[in-house]
Design a protein. Structure first.
Length: 238
């Protein structure tokens, strides 16, 4: 809204002017919007609670490195164990709640069929990426924040870079892509090895694997067919 206001040379600001500016901007936009799914809003809060437990576990593991006293270490380990049990229980409850809805359960199974994507990542995609199966591969990569953007002006050719997107989805996919690109998904292993052999950095190769994973998820949901190893040319989503 602020950028549109500057474009229109409107510097004055009050509630009435802001409302008119928002209405004008929305009227000029041709973006297709879908009504939010109230089920996913509630599940999103539940998922956030699980993410916060995971963050607490990571914080305690970092704190543990500071100590050598056995008593303190045992206390921290006990807290970590309790949080891990709580996280596992909440994840199971969330999965059960999602599976009560046939359409979400079907989508969850399709995404989880992809080699390298477990239930934790699949739940994140179902809950935080409702656009899966409704947009093309370029749009889904941009929504995730792993679409490469050109940086070119005149004779200068800058390095392509990613920007924006949904951080929570991207974080979950990075956690899945790292082991998948090293072992669990043959397509990603081949992609990672090919890119690093060409001199690409580990980070750049991993971003490419994340992009492939979200495209795979988008494809299986759109086609309503699970991932199959027997058709690599189809799995590559070329």
């Amino acid at each position: 809204m602020r950028a549109f206001g500057l474009y229109k040379l409107r510097r004055a600001k009050n509630d009435q002017l802001d409302a008119a500016l928002i209405a004008e901007c929305a009227a000029r936009s041709d973006a297709r919007c879908h009504a939010p799914d109230s089920r996913l809003i509630a599940f999103g809060e539940w998922l956030l609670f699980i993410e916060q437990i995971e963050a607490d576990i990571a914080c305690l593991k970092t704190r543990r490195e500071r100590f050598t006293d056995r008593r303190i270490l045992e206390e921290i380990d006990r807290s970590i164990g309790e949080l891990k049990s709580r996280c596992k229980a909440q994840l199971a409850l969330l999965q059960a709640a999602v599976r009560e809805h046939d359409d979400l359960a079907r989508k969850l199974d399709l995404i989880e069929s992809i080699d390298g994507i477990g239930i934790r990542t699949a739940l994140t995609l179902v809950i935080l990426m409702p656009e899966l199966g409704r947009v093309d591969r370029e749009e889904i990569a941009a929504l995730t924040g792993v679409a490469p953007y050109d940086d070119q002006s005149g004779k200068r050719e800058g390095e392509r870079h990613i920007a924006g997107g949904r951080a929570r989805v991207r974080r979950a996919l990075f956690n899945a892509a790292l082991p998948a690109s090293q072992r669990w998904n043959e397509t990603l292993v081949e992609l990672y090895d090919r890119l690093t052999a060409k001199g690409k950095s580990h980070k750049a190769a991993l971003i490419a694997c994340v992009r492939k994973l979200i495209i795979f998820a988008n494809t299986v949901v759109k086609r309503q067919t699970p991932w199959t190893k027997s058709a690599p040319q189809q799995n590559s989503c070329a």
